[in-house]
Design a protein around this ligand. Sequence first.
Ligand SMILES: [Zn+2]
Length: 455
Amino acid sequence: MIRIDARWALTETGWRPDARVHIGEDGRIASIEAAPAQADPRVELHGAARRTAPEPADATADLVVPGLPDAHCHAFQYGMAGLAERAGGHGDSFWTWRERMYTSLASLDAAGLERTATALYRRLRSAGYTSVAEFHYLHRLGGEPGRRASLATALESSQALARAAAAAGITLLLLPVLYRWGGFGRAELGPRQARFALARDDYRRLIEALLLQAADPALRGTLRLGVAPHSLRACDPEDLRWLLELREALLPDCPVHIHVSEQPAEVRDARAALGQTPIAWLCANAPVDHRWTLVHATHATPGELRELRTRGATVCLCTTTEANLGDGFFPVEDWFAAGGRMSVGSDSNVGTDAAEELRWLEYQARLRRQARAVLVDPDCPHPGTALWRRAVAGGRLSLGSDRPGLAPGAPGELLMLSSEPGLPPDDALDDFVFARRVTRVAGTVTPAGLRLESA
Ligand SMILES: [Zn+2]
């Protein structure tokens, strides 16, 4: 049992003053109640009305909020973050960056992946993320390009990530990716893409092995599984149908994540190959619902967004990566105003700060609208709080939990913040998201335990 006392706790029903949050042995929130008043030593001294001293808290914080889920991450790309920022002299783009990313893989072995992922996950946790969805397609490490992955190599890299998450104490949704083709129309895989490709039977056996591992009660739900067709360019309609049948058989109702409409060229190629844009094709041919997370959706049309909103799907926005790669603008103001579900992801990990993702969502909306405080709710005029609540609710769904915040039964994933005494909680959370003048990370709780950050 972990007990956290907070001056303010952001619960599913709003800010609650002087709260004590109990996290049970199962890694879930057991209760949220009034923090016990401290025993008055004078009362003890005179022996009158002697009472049992309250259990001390394991930690106290000015603010406790749900930790942010990182709903889209490629841990290995952290190893090249900041090292691809020079012009190549011929129209640098997402596609030239992708070539550099492929090159960076040549020397990465399983130990290197585990080191990189451990450093990343620790950094994510110290910056406010308490869970991470790893969109994992690096199914074979090291060696020569051109060789495909096998069950053994896929297990090796998946387990390197699981060990890294355990070392950092961050909850992991592992999304083994089905990656079959080099482009639309069953284009052959390039030699440097071969390491991403798994035969269907090996993919099935990988999922079966990881399911057994995740069921270990000692892990307290800190390792979960979902499925991920990489994109409609890397999975053709037949692959997608097969994958969804496998999901139905082995992990019904688990999260499904897919990259869609990140680049105009991808949208154009989908039209040529499938006769529709990726999102329109998915909605017409797959059971897209609240279990689905569509990553990026940068070039979605208003009609496509209406359809996704109706189906309850979550759009995962990876603003720092999308900005870094020059992807374009997702119409976040319209999506937010329509009540669309959103999560955020660190993606390439060029940005690793939970609040930074939210800050730049708001800033791109301000720059476009030439206005301030755009991403707010009718009941919450503070963008820091409004964005945090939305990104937690959507992020939890992306990671397979229906609980949108702090409440009994919800995942025990908390972020503790220190701030200025007397500052109202909405102002403190705005400060954390936008300025960090006085509000800082004090610690985190995950089902793996409590970790305090040094001031
Ligand atoms: Zn991605």
